[in-house]
Ligand binder design. Sequence first.
Ligand code: PHB
Length: 421
Amino acid sequence: MVAGIRPGIRPSGRHESADSRAPGKTSMTVNRRGLLALSAAPLLAAPAVRAQGASQPAALRVGLILPMTGPFQSTGRQVDAAARLYAARNPAFAGRPVEIVTRDDAGVADTTRRLAQELVVNEKVAVLGGFGLTPLALAAAPIATRAKVPLVVMAAATASITEASPFVVRASCTLPQSSTVIADWAARNGLKKAVTLVSEYGPGIDAETWFKTRFTEAGGTVPASLRVPLQNPDFAPFLQRARDAAPEAVFVFVPSGAGSALMRQFAERGMGGAGIRVIGTGDLTDDDILNEMGDVAQGVVTAHYYSAAHDSAKNRAFVEAFRAANGTMRPNFMAVAGWDGMAMIRRALEKAGATADGPALVEAMKGLSFESPRGPVTVDAATRELTQNIYVRRVERRDGQLWNVETETFPAVADPAKTRR
Ligand code: PHB
Protein backbone atom coordinates (compact mmCIF):
# COMPACT_ATOMS: atom_id res chain seq x y z
CA MET A 1 0.00 0.00 0.00
CA VAL A 2 1.13 3.47 -0.73
CA ALA A 3 0.25 5.76 2.12
CA GLY A 4 1.34 9.17 3.26
CA ILE A 5 2.44 9.37 6.87
CA ARG A 6 0.06 11.56 8.79
CA PRO A 7 1.78 14.61 10.21
CA GLY A 8 0.25 13.87 13.60
CA ILE A 9 2.15 10.61 14.04
CA ARG A 10 5.33 10.29 16.04
CA PRO A 11 7.56 7.76 14.21
CA SER A 12 8.85 5.27 16.78
CA GLY A 13 7.75 7.64 19.50
CA ARG A 14 10.51 10.20 18.96
CA HIS A 15 8.81 13.47 18.00
CA GLU A 16 5.85 15.05 19.67
CA SER A 17 2.78 15.09 17.47
CA ALA A 18 0.43 17.97 16.97
CA ASP A 19 -2.52 15.64 17.51
CA SER A 20 -1.24 14.09 20.71
CA ARG A 21 0.24 17.18 22.37
CA ALA A 22 -1.74 18.07 25.44
CA PRO A 23 -2.53 21.76 25.43
CA GLY A 24 -0.77 24.26 27.68
CA LYS A 25 -0.80 23.52 31.37
CA THR A 26 -2.20 20.04 30.96
CA SER A 27 0.86 19.01 29.01
CA MET A 28 3.22 20.22 31.76
CA THR A 29 1.25 18.40 34.43
CA VAL A 30 1.27 15.21 32.42
CA ASN A 31 5.02 15.40 31.82
CA ARG A 32 5.95 16.23 35.40
CA ARG A 33 3.81 13.43 36.75
CA GLY A 34 5.17 11.13 34.09
CA LEU A 35 8.74 11.65 35.26
CA LEU A 36 7.77 11.13 38.89
CA ALA A 37 5.91 7.97 38.07
CA LEU A 38 8.83 6.72 35.99
CA SER A 39 11.31 6.95 38.85
CA ALA A 40 8.99 5.68 41.58
CA ALA A 41 6.91 2.94 39.99
CA PRO A 42 7.69 2.27 36.35
CA LEU A 43 4.44 0.57 35.46
CA LEU A 44 1.76 2.02 37.65
CA ALA A 45 -1.03 3.44 35.57
CA ALA A 46 -2.14 7.01 36.11
CA PRO A 47 -5.38 7.58 37.99
CA ALA A 48 -8.19 7.65 35.45
CA VAL A 49 -9.17 11.22 36.24
CA ARG A 50 -6.79 14.03 37.16
CA ALA A 51 -8.21 17.21 38.62
CA GLN A 52 -7.90 20.13 36.24
CA GLY A 53 -10.15 22.58 37.98
CA ALA A 54 -13.72 22.19 39.06
CA SER A 55 -15.43 23.01 35.78
CA GLN A 56 -13.51 20.82 33.29
CA PRO A 57 -13.23 17.05 33.70
CA ALA A 58 -9.81 15.58 32.87
CA ALA A 59 -9.33 14.13 29.41
CA LEU A 60 -9.46 10.40 28.81
CA ARG A 61 -6.27 9.57 26.94
CA VAL A 62 -6.28 6.61 24.56
CA GLY A 63 -2.85 5.48 23.34
CA LEU A 64 -2.87 3.83 19.91
CA ILE A 65 0.19 1.82 18.87
CA LEU A 66 0.05 1.05 15.16
CA PRO A 67 2.28 0.32 12.18
CA MET A 68 2.06 3.75 10.48
CA THR A 69 5.18 3.04 8.38
CA GLY A 70 6.60 -0.13 6.83
CA PRO A 71 4.82 -2.97 5.02
CA PHE A 72 1.73 -2.93 7.27
CA GLN A 73 1.12 0.82 7.22
CA SER A 74 -2.31 0.44 5.59
CA THR A 75 -3.50 -1.18 8.83
CA GLY A 76 -2.20 1.74 10.89
CA ARG A 77 -3.72 4.30 8.57
CA GLN A 78 -7.14 2.63 8.59
CA VAL A 79 -7.37 2.07 12.36
CA ASP A 80 -6.04 5.53 13.22
CA ALA A 81 -8.39 7.28 10.77
CA ALA A 82 -11.45 5.44 12.09
CA ALA A 83 -10.58 5.93 15.77
CA ARG A 84 -10.05 9.66 15.18
CA LEU A 85 -13.32 9.89 13.27
CA TYR A 86 -15.09 8.23 16.20
CA ALA A 87 -13.51 10.68 18.66
CA ALA A 88 -14.42 13.63 16.41
CA ARG A 89 -18.03 12.47 16.34
CA ASN A 90 -18.06 11.66 20.08
CA PRO A 91 -15.71 14.25 21.58
CA ALA A 92 -16.61 13.39 25.20
CA PHE A 93 -16.86 9.92 26.79
CA ALA A 94 -18.98 9.99 29.98
CA GLY A 95 -18.44 13.75 30.02
CA ARG A 96 -14.66 13.54 29.66
CA PRO A 97 -12.92 14.94 26.58
CA VAL A 98 -11.12 12.24 24.61
CA GLU A 99 -7.54 12.52 23.39
CA ILE A 100 -5.96 10.02 21.02
CA VAL A 101 -2.19 9.66 21.17
CA THR A 102 -0.87 7.64 18.21
CA ARG A 103 2.58 6.08 18.12
CA ASP A 104 4.20 4.27 15.19
CA ASP A 105 5.81 0.90 15.94
CA ALA A 106 6.53 0.23 12.24
CA GLY A 107 5.49 -3.37 12.90
CA VAL A 108 8.46 -4.09 15.20
CA ALA A 109 7.57 -5.86 18.47
CA ASP A 110 10.42 -4.40 20.56
CA THR A 111 9.24 -0.94 19.57
CA THR A 112 5.64 -1.80 20.50
CA ARG A 113 6.76 -2.89 23.96
CA ARG A 114 8.77 0.29 24.52
CA LEU A 115 5.96 2.52 23.26
CA ALA A 116 3.38 0.76 25.44
CA GLN A 117 5.52 1.44 28.47
CA GLU A 118 6.06 5.08 27.50
CA LEU A 119 2.38 5.66 26.85
CA VAL A 120 1.38 4.23 30.21
CA VAL A 121 4.11 5.84 32.29
CA ASN A 122 4.74 9.19 30.58
CA GLU A 123 1.57 9.90 28.64
CA LYS A 124 -0.77 8.55 31.32
CA VAL A 125 -3.06 6.84 28.84
CA ALA A 126 -6.06 5.13 30.42
CA VAL A 127 -6.39 2.62 27.58
CA LEU A 128 -4.00 1.10 25.03
CA GLY A 129 -5.37 0.29 21.59
CA GLY A 130 -4.37 -0.59 18.02
CA PHE A 131 -1.94 -3.53 17.55
CA GLY A 132 -1.61 -4.23 13.85
CA LEU A 133 -0.07 -7.71 14.05
CA THR A 134 -0.20 -10.59 16.51
CA PRO A 135 3.44 -10.37 17.73
CA LEU A 136 2.89 -6.69 18.50
CA ALA A 137 -0.19 -7.34 20.64
CA LEU A 138 1.64 -10.14 22.45
CA ALA A 139 4.61 -7.84 23.14
CA ALA A 140 2.39 -5.27 24.86
CA ALA A 141 0.14 -7.67 26.81
CA PRO A 142 2.45 -8.07 29.86
CA ILE A 143 2.63 -4.28 30.19
CA ALA A 144 -1.18 -4.05 30.21
CA THR A 145 -1.29 -6.70 32.94
CA ARG A 146 1.29 -5.00 35.16
CA ALA A 147 -0.14 -1.50 34.67
CA LYS A 148 -3.76 -2.72 34.92
CA VAL A 149 -4.61 -0.87 31.70
CA PRO A 150 -7.15 -2.23 29.19
CA LEU A 151 -5.56 -3.27 25.88
CA VAL A 152 -8.11 -3.10 23.05
CA VAL A 153 -6.96 -5.13 20.04
CA MET A 154 -8.22 -3.33 16.93
CA ALA A 155 -6.47 -5.44 14.26
CA ALA A 156 -4.51 -8.55 15.30
CA ALA A 157 -6.53 -11.76 15.12
CA THR A 158 -4.73 -14.83 16.50
CA ALA A 159 -7.16 -16.51 18.90
CA SER A 160 -4.67 -16.84 21.76
CA ILE A 161 -4.06 -13.08 22.16
CA THR A 162 -6.92 -12.62 24.63
CA GLU A 163 -5.35 -15.33 26.80
CA ALA A 164 -2.08 -13.37 27.07
CA SER A 165 -3.59 -10.92 29.59
CA PRO A 166 -6.90 -10.50 31.44
CA PHE A 167 -6.75 -6.85 30.26
CA VAL A 168 -6.97 -7.73 26.54
CA VAL A 169 -10.34 -7.17 24.85
CA ARG A 170 -10.81 -7.79 21.12
CA ALA A 171 -12.48 -5.35 18.73
CA SER A 172 -11.50 -7.24 15.55
CA CYS A 173 -12.09 -11.02 15.20
CA THR A 174 -10.25 -14.31 15.48
CA LEU A 175 -9.09 -16.31 12.47
CA PRO A 176 -10.99 -19.40 13.66
CA GLN A 177 -14.24 -17.38 13.35
CA SER A 178 -13.75 -16.65 9.64
CA SER A 179 -11.88 -19.86 8.70
CA THR A 180 -14.57 -22.21 10.00
CA VAL A 181 -17.30 -20.29 8.17
CA ILE A 182 -15.53 -20.46 4.79
CA ALA A 183 -14.79 -24.18 5.42
CA ASP A 184 -18.50 -24.84 6.05
CA TRP A 185 -19.43 -22.82 2.98
CA ALA A 186 -16.90 -24.68 0.80
CA ALA A 187 -18.11 -28.10 1.93
CA ARG A 188 -21.76 -27.13 1.41
CA ASN A 189 -21.01 -25.82 -2.06
CA GLY A 190 -19.54 -29.05 -3.32
CA LEU A 191 -15.81 -28.41 -2.95
CA LYS A 192 -13.99 -31.62 -2.02
CA LYS A 193 -10.28 -30.89 -2.40
CA ALA A 194 -8.53 -27.73 -1.22
CA VAL A 195 -4.91 -26.76 -0.60
CA THR A 196 -4.20 -24.27 2.20
CA LEU A 197 -1.73 -21.41 1.71
CA VAL A 198 -1.11 -19.13 4.69
CA SER A 199 1.38 -16.64 6.09
CA GLU A 200 3.66 -18.47 8.49
CA TYR A 201 2.84 -16.96 11.89
CA GLY A 202 0.05 -16.98 14.49
CA PRO A 203 -3.04 -16.02 12.45
CA GLY A 204 -1.91 -18.12 9.47
CA ILE A 205 -1.47 -21.19 11.67
CA ASP A 206 -4.91 -20.55 13.22
CA ALA A 207 -6.46 -20.20 9.75
CA GLU A 208 -4.82 -23.37 8.45
CA THR A 209 -5.72 -25.41 11.54
CA TRP A 210 -9.35 -24.36 11.73
CA PHE A 211 -10.05 -24.50 7.99
CA LYS A 212 -8.50 -27.97 7.73
CA THR A 213 -10.34 -29.33 10.77
CA ARG A 214 -13.75 -28.10 9.64
CA PHE A 215 -13.32 -28.93 5.97
CA THR A 216 -12.09 -32.48 6.59
CA GLU A 217 -14.82 -33.06 9.22
CA ALA A 218 -17.29 -32.22 6.44
CA GLY A 219 -15.69 -34.80 4.11
CA GLY A 220 -13.18 -32.60 2.24
CA THR A 221 -9.50 -33.40 1.73
CA VAL A 222 -6.48 -31.10 2.08
CA PRO A 223 -3.59 -32.65 0.12
CA ALA A 224 -1.09 -29.87 0.89
CA SER A 225 -0.69 -27.16 3.53
CA LEU A 226 1.72 -24.44 2.46
CA ARG A 227 3.20 -21.73 4.70
CA VAL A 228 4.73 -18.59 3.19
CA PRO A 229 7.13 -16.31 5.13
CA LEU A 230 5.42 -13.21 6.50
CA GLN A 231 8.18 -10.75 5.51
CA ASN A 232 8.78 -10.09 1.78
CA PRO A 233 6.78 -13.07 0.60
CA ASP A 234 7.40 -14.58 -2.84
CA PHE A 235 4.21 -16.51 -3.51
CA ALA A 236 5.33 -18.02 -6.85
CA PRO A 237 6.96 -21.26 -5.62
CA PHE A 238 4.08 -21.89 -3.21
CA LEU A 239 1.46 -21.30 -5.89
CA GLN A 240 3.33 -23.77 -8.12
CA ARG A 241 3.18 -26.39 -5.36
CA ALA A 242 -0.50 -25.65 -4.84
CA ARG A 243 -1.11 -26.13 -8.55
CA ASP A 244 0.84 -29.41 -8.57
CA ALA A 245 -1.61 -30.81 -6.00
CA ALA A 246 -4.45 -30.23 -8.53
CA PRO A 247 -7.02 -28.93 -6.02
CA GLU A 248 -10.44 -27.47 -6.80
CA ALA A 249 -9.60 -24.50 -4.58
CA VAL A 250 -6.77 -22.78 -2.74
CA PHE A 251 -7.75 -21.52 0.73
CA VAL A 252 -5.70 -18.41 1.53
CA PHE A 253 -4.87 -16.35 4.60
CA VAL A 254 -2.52 -13.40 4.16
CA PRO A 255 -2.58 -10.33 6.43
CA SER A 256 -4.31 -7.14 5.34
CA GLY A 257 -2.36 -5.44 2.55
CA ALA A 258 -0.62 -8.56 1.15
CA GLY A 259 -3.50 -9.85 -1.00
CA SER A 260 -2.80 -7.96 -4.23
CA ALA A 261 0.70 -9.47 -4.65
CA LEU A 262 -0.73 -12.94 -4.18
CA MET A 263 -3.59 -12.41 -6.61
CA ARG A 264 -1.23 -10.96 -9.23
CA GLN A 265 0.99 -14.03 -9.06
CA PHE A 266 -2.07 -16.29 -9.15
CA ALA A 267 -3.16 -14.57 -12.38
CA GLU A 268 0.36 -14.64 -13.89
CA ARG A 269 0.51 -18.41 -13.43
CA GLY A 270 -2.85 -18.85 -15.14
CA MET A 271 -4.22 -20.80 -12.21
CA GLY A 272 -7.76 -19.51 -12.63
CA GLY A 273 -7.70 -20.77 -16.22
CA ALA A 274 -6.59 -24.17 -14.90
CA GLY A 275 -9.90 -24.32 -12.98
CA ILE A 276 -8.51 -23.57 -9.50
CA ARG A 277 -10.66 -21.26 -7.38
CA VAL A 278 -9.46 -18.93 -4.65
CA ILE A 279 -11.31 -18.90 -1.32
CA GLY A 280 -10.13 -17.49 1.98
CA THR A 281 -10.65 -15.26 4.93
CA GLY A 282 -11.62 -11.68 4.09
CA ASP A 283 -8.11 -10.45 4.88
CA LEU A 284 -7.27 -11.45 1.29
CA THR A 285 -9.83 -9.23 -0.42
CA ASP A 286 -9.20 -6.30 1.94
CA ASP A 287 -11.41 -3.37 0.89
CA ASP A 288 -8.41 -1.03 1.06
CA ILE A 289 -6.67 -2.77 -1.87
CA LEU A 290 -9.46 -4.66 -3.61
CA ASN A 291 -9.69 -2.26 -6.53
CA GLU A 292 -5.94 -2.63 -7.21
CA MET A 293 -6.36 -6.36 -7.75
CA GLY A 294 -8.31 -6.04 -10.98
CA ASP A 295 -10.40 -8.69 -12.67
CA VAL A 296 -8.52 -11.69 -11.22
CA ALA A 297 -10.27 -10.97 -7.91
CA GLN A 298 -13.75 -11.33 -9.40
CA GLY A 299 -15.51 -14.42 -8.08
CA VAL A 300 -13.16 -14.88 -5.10
CA VAL A 301 -15.28 -16.02 -2.13
CA THR A 302 -14.20 -15.15 1.40
CA ALA A 303 -15.67 -15.08 4.91
CA HIS A 304 -15.23 -12.09 7.20
CA TYR A 305 -16.83 -9.74 9.70
CA TYR A 306 -16.92 -6.60 7.60
CA SER A 307 -17.41 -5.46 4.03
CA ALA A 308 -17.62 -1.80 3.04
CA ALA A 309 -20.57 -2.97 0.93
CA HIS A 310 -22.50 -4.21 4.01
CA ASP A 311 -26.08 -3.17 3.40
CA SER A 312 -27.26 -1.21 6.43
CA ALA A 313 -28.03 2.43 7.17
CA LYS A 314 -25.39 2.43 9.90
CA ASN A 315 -22.72 1.18 7.53
CA ARG A 316 -23.66 3.57 4.73
CA ALA A 317 -23.29 6.46 7.19
CA PHE A 318 -19.93 5.08 8.40
CA VAL A 319 -18.52 4.65 4.88
CA GLU A 320 -19.69 8.12 3.86
CA ALA A 321 -18.25 9.81 6.98
CA PHE A 322 -14.96 7.90 6.63
CA ARG A 323 -14.61 8.94 2.99
CA ALA A 324 -15.50 12.55 3.75
CA ALA A 325 -12.77 12.67 6.40
CA ASN A 326 -10.10 10.75 4.44
CA GLY A 327 -10.33 11.67 0.77
CA THR A 328 -11.17 8.67 -1.37
CA MET A 329 -10.12 6.02 1.15
CA ARG A 330 -12.57 3.13 1.53
CA PRO A 331 -12.81 1.80 5.09
CA ASN A 332 -11.73 -1.82 5.49
CA PHE A 333 -12.19 -4.31 8.35
CA MET A 334 -9.33 -2.70 10.26
CA ALA A 335 -11.16 0.65 10.18
CA VAL A 336 -14.38 -0.80 11.58
CA ALA A 337 -12.41 -2.46 14.39
CA GLY A 338 -10.81 0.90 15.23
CA TRP A 339 -14.24 2.53 15.26
CA ASP A 340 -15.79 -0.22 17.39
CA GLY A 341 -12.79 -0.32 19.74
CA MET A 342 -13.45 3.34 20.54
CA ALA A 343 -17.17 2.58 20.91
CA MET A 344 -16.29 -0.13 23.45
CA ILE A 345 -14.17 2.31 25.45
CA ARG A 346 -16.91 4.96 25.42
CA ARG A 347 -19.66 2.54 26.41
CA ALA A 348 -17.53 0.97 29.16
CA LEU A 349 -16.77 4.38 30.65
CA GLU A 350 -20.45 5.32 30.55
CA LYS A 351 -21.35 2.03 32.23
CA ALA A 352 -18.63 2.08 34.90
CA GLY A 353 -18.64 5.83 35.54
CA ALA A 354 -16.29 8.60 34.45
CA THR A 355 -13.74 7.86 37.19
CA ALA A 356 -13.48 4.13 36.44
CA ASP A 357 -9.97 2.65 36.62
CA GLY A 358 -8.49 0.03 34.25
CA PRO A 359 -9.90 -3.10 35.93
CA ALA A 360 -13.37 -1.47 36.14
CA LEU A 361 -13.22 -0.55 32.45
CA VAL A 362 -12.39 -4.13 31.43
CA GLU A 363 -15.21 -5.44 33.63
CA ALA A 364 -17.59 -2.95 32.01
CA MET A 365 -16.54 -4.02 28.49
CA LYS A 366 -17.55 -7.61 29.26
CA GLY A 367 -21.05 -8.26 27.98
CA LEU A 368 -21.39 -4.99 26.02
CA SER A 369 -23.76 -5.37 23.07
CA PHE A 370 -24.28 -2.78 20.37
CA GLU A 371 -25.01 -2.22 16.71
CA SER A 372 -21.82 -1.63 14.72
CA PRO A 373 -21.43 -0.72 11.03
CA ARG A 374 -20.55 -4.44 10.65
CA GLY A 375 -23.82 -5.59 12.29
CA PRO A 376 -24.63 -6.57 15.90
CA VAL A 377 -21.69 -7.33 18.22
CA THR A 378 -21.38 -8.58 21.81
CA VAL A 379 -18.23 -8.74 23.92
CA ASP A 380 -18.31 -12.30 25.28
CA ALA A 381 -17.93 -11.82 29.04
CA ALA A 382 -16.02 -15.08 29.49
CA THR A 383 -13.55 -14.80 26.59
CA ARG A 384 -13.36 -11.02 25.88
CA GLU A 385 -13.83 -11.91 22.19
CA LEU A 386 -16.53 -10.45 19.96
CA THR A 387 -19.49 -12.62 19.10
CA GLN A 388 -20.47 -11.31 15.68
CA ASN A 389 -21.92 -12.14 12.29
CA ILE A 390 -19.51 -13.66 9.82
CA TYR A 391 -20.54 -13.03 6.23
CA VAL A 392 -19.77 -15.03 3.10
CA ARG A 393 -18.85 -12.55 0.35
CA ARG A 394 -18.14 -12.78 -3.35
CA VAL A 395 -16.04 -10.20 -5.17
CA GLU A 396 -18.14 -8.50 -7.86
CA ARG A 397 -17.76 -5.45 -10.05
CA ARG A 398 -20.48 -2.86 -9.50
CA ASP A 399 -20.46 0.61 -11.05
CA GLY A 400 -16.87 0.04 -12.16
CA GLN A 401 -15.54 -0.88 -8.72
CA LEU A 402 -14.80 -4.18 -7.01
CA TRP A 403 -16.76 -4.95 -3.84
CA ASN A 404 -17.06 -7.81 -1.37
CA VAL A 405 -20.77 -8.46 -1.90
CA GLU A 406 -22.31 -10.35 1.00
CA THR A 407 -24.25 -13.44 -0.05
CA GLU A 408 -24.87 -15.24 3.24
CA THR A 409 -24.81 -14.46 6.98
CA PHE A 410 -23.62 -16.83 9.70
CA PRO A 411 -25.18 -15.06 12.69
CA ALA A 412 -23.61 -14.51 16.12
CA VAL A 413 -20.43 -16.55 15.64
CA ALA A 414 -18.40 -16.93 18.86
CA ASP A 415 -14.68 -17.73 18.74
CA PRO A 416 -14.63 -21.49 18.12
CA ALA A 417 -11.09 -21.77 19.49
CA LYS A 418 -12.55 -21.09 22.93
CA THR A 419 -16.06 -22.50 22.81
CA ARG A 420 -14.85 -25.87 21.51
CA ARG A 421 -12.19 -26.48 24.16
C1 PHB B 1 -2.37 -10.54 12.81
O1 PHB B 1 -1.14 -10.38 12.76
O2 PHB B 1 -2.94 -11.03 13.81
C2 PHB B 1 -3.19 -10.15 11.64
C3 PHB B 1 -2.77 -9.11 10.82
C4 PHB B 1 -3.54 -8.78 9.70
C5 PHB B 1 -4.70 -9.46 9.44
C6 PHB B 1 -5.13 -10.48 10.27
C7 PHB B 1 -4.38 -10.83 11.37
O3 PHB B 1 -5.43 -9.14 8.34
